[in-house]
Design a protein. Structure first.
Length: 332
């Protein structure tokens, strides 16, 4: 284990990934009694991933071409490998699979539903690398403008197509980037000003608790980055950021109490996160085809089981170089 690695971030990523699985199992198996839990999870879990990515990403150390190539291998190679493999397993038509994989973004649904995140993550990273040389003030103006468009001029990034039943987003996660960019840049400023060294746990707890109480007492509140379901331009920032920072400090305290062996386990599970993104929804649809009953009593256990299967598949890929290249994007 690297002495420079912040394992509390790994533990936070593990927790967030579990929330992704748990939220999807509630949705896929339509567990209505857990709908409130589902809504709360969506208030912050995906924004948190972009906050973390922004915090961990160094945009200064390499050229745009090298950066783009490295990220394409890391994200797009597994994206297409898993997509084709799972598409063949579910016997998707060529047309359906091509639309899913090449148009991407919010058009992913069903067994590839979570793939929108990979599309959005990739274009967000390239976008920030492209504007990295701009003055900070200009970058902030651009990001604020994108946030406003997503909240008040949604028709500019999601539009209706004649003969198409659903709303049509911009291709390959560009629509979702109008929200993700805000959380990414907040993470970047957290990196710049080393927020992890600040003593802000108590006020963050108060702010996160206050923001959650506000949205829960303010009628129906929904925040969904995939479908750009937004409510309040202010609270849509305050809730995800405050909850994420608070959770970071909670897990930082937890990590101080665990052994090095458990830290290595946390890191390993954390690194399986992308594999989990790619396979967990397909596993749910396999469970449905086998008529496995999932309800509020066993959903938690099934979520852990699916996470464990994803992690085991990751360990297998790590062990065998061809699988590591194809499914993990580990290309030197």
């Amino acid at each position: 284990m690297s002495t420079n690695r912040d394992v509390s971030i790994d533990l936070l990523k593990v927790f967030l990934m579990f929330l992704v699985i748990y939220g999807h199992i509630i949705n896929v198996f339509q567990i209505e009694s857990l709908n409130a839990v589902y809504r709360i999870i969506y208030w912050f879990h995906m924004p948190a991933f972009f906050l973390i990515t922004g915090y961990l990403t160094n945009l200064d150390k390499e050229s745009f071409g090298v950066f783009a190539k490295r990220k394409a291998l890391t994200y797009l190679l597994p994206y297409f490998s898993f997509g084709v493999m799972i598409g063949l397993i579910f016997r998707s038509s060529f047309k359906d699979l091509a639309i899913r994989m090449f148009y991407g973004g919010s058009l992913h649904w069903g067994y590839t539903g979570p793939y929108w995140y990979i599309c959005c993550l990739f274009v967000t990273l390239l976008f920030f690398k492209a504007i990295n040389s701009l003055k900070p003030q200009i970058k902030v103006i651009i990001i604020i403008s994108m946030w406003i468009i997503a909240h008040y001029m949604r028709q500019l990034i999601i539009y209706n197509v004649p003969g198409f039943d659903n709303e049509m987003p911009l291709p390959f996660g560009l629509t979702n980037m109008f929200l993700s960019a805000t959380f990414f840049i907040i993470g970047q400023y957290g990196r710049k000003y080393k927020f992890n060294e600040l003593k802000i746990a108590p006020p963050t707890f108060i702010l996160s608790l206050f923001s959650i109480v506000c949205v829960m007492t303010n009628g129906f509140y929904e925040f969904d980055m995939k479908y750009i379901r937004v409510n309040d331009a202010f609270m849509d920032i305050v809730v995800p950021v405050s909850v994420t920072v608070f959770l970071f400090y909670v897990f930082r305290l937890v990590v101080k109490k665990v052994s090095n062996l458990f830290e290595n386990f946390i890191i390993s599970v954390s690194m399986s996160g992308l594999v989990c993104i790619f396979v967990h929804m397909a596993l749910f649809y396999v469970m449905k085809s086998l008529s496995i009953v999932v309800n509020e009593l066993n959903a938690f256990l099934y979520a852990i089981l699916v996470y464990a299967i994803s992690w085991i598949f990751y360990l297998i890929c790590v062990r065998f170089k061809p699988l590591s290249i194809i499914f993990l994007g580990k290309v030197k």
